[in-house]
Ligand binder design. Structure first.
Ligand SMILES: NC(=O)c1ccc[n+]([C@@H]2O[C@H](COP(=O)([O-])OP(=O)(O)OC[C@H]3O[C@@H](n4cnc5c(N)ncnc54)[C@H](O)[C@@H]3O)[C@@H](O)[C@H]2O)c1
Length: 256
């Protein structure tokens, strides 16, 4: 895609070492942004940073579920670039199909921490900078599972449903400060995460991708990370300057 829709902007992308976060980081840098790639997996985030146009990527090892780690990453961004225009909360963890009575406290806490608490933690540290600048765009990657439940994905659905409502609450709270908060709900997407929703060996996982996921998408295909990146580009750029509190399903019709 040609153009420089994000020229002069600084964007933080969590989960940028893989899948959708990686595609978002690449597209944002191609569109002129300085991108901070915040991921638990430092080596992979550095690798992606090296693939971006010269000087556009800055990898910071971050645990989005940890307050101190998030605070340090935001401070490092401010020190390096002076401002934060865009925050994309993309880091997330899946859940393999698990009956509720077998779901451990640890699994519940981890899924809620990485998928939901992270949005509170990043907002807590980014919003003061965005308020001072009277502008900003926060994009939260939730899931179609946040509006359409599936059996055995109890904690995951809850974490994404909460992410959507937290985003709307932040959108109404921060609108007077010209800070926009929007959500993208991906449908089943071709990333390393997809197979992790299915229990079993490799063959079962591959078969499950077709049977469970592709057949659940009315358009009959999996979503690509680049499809999510293009939606994120719209929400990050001034093309969407009056859009806030919106939940955009990028899902081939799965949410209908
Ligand atoms: N793949 C799908 O089918 C699908 C569908 C709907 C929504 N989503 C959501 O989209 C987002 C991106 O998923 P993906 O498919 O690209 O996954 P992915 O597994 O390819 O990438 C997730 C990234 O998040 C990072 N991460 C995990 N825990 C972290 C933590 N505590 N701190 C920092 N980074 C952490 C991982 O290291 C990884 O780089 C997630 O929020 C996911 O829940 C995915």
């Amino acid at each position: 895609m040609n153009g420089q829709l994000l020229q002069g902007k600084t964007a933080i992308v969590t989960g940028a070492a893989s899948g959708m976060g990686k595609a978002i980081a690449k597209l944002f840098a191609d569109q002129g942004a300085q991108v901070v790639l915040a991921d638990l997996n430092k080596a992979a985030a550095q690798q992606v940073a090296q693939e971006l146009p010269e000087g556009k990527g800055h990898a910071v090892q971050t645990d989005v579920a940890d307050d101190q780690s998030v605070a340090a990453m935001i401070q490092e961004t401010i020190t390096a670039f002076g401002s934060i225009d865009v925050l994309v909360n993309c880091a997330g963890v899946p859940q393999a199909f698990t009956p509720i009575e077998e779901l451990s406290l640890e699994q519940w806490d981890k899924i809620m921490s990485v998928n939901t608490k992270s949005i509170y933690l990043t907002a807590r540290h980014v919003v003061p900078h965005m308020k001072a600048a009277s502008k900003g765009s926060i994009i939260n990657i939730a899931s179609i599972a946040g509006i359409r439940a599936r059996p055995g994905l109890n904690a995951y659905c809850a974490s994404k449903g909460a992410a959507i409502m937290l985003s709307k609450a932040l959108a109404i709270e921060l609108a007077p400060n010209q800070i926009r908060v929007n959500v993208i709900n991906p449908g089943p997407a071709e990333t390393p995460m997809l197979g992790k929703f299915i229990n079993g060996d490799e063959d079962q996982v591959e078969a499950g991708k077709k049977d469970i996921f592709i057949s659940s998408v009315p358009m009959g295909m999996l979503i690509q990370p680049e499809d999510i990146a293009q939606a994120a580009l719209y929400l990050a750029s001034d093309l969407s300057k009056i859009v806030t509190g919106e939940v955009m399903n990028v899902d081939g019709g799965r949410g209908i």
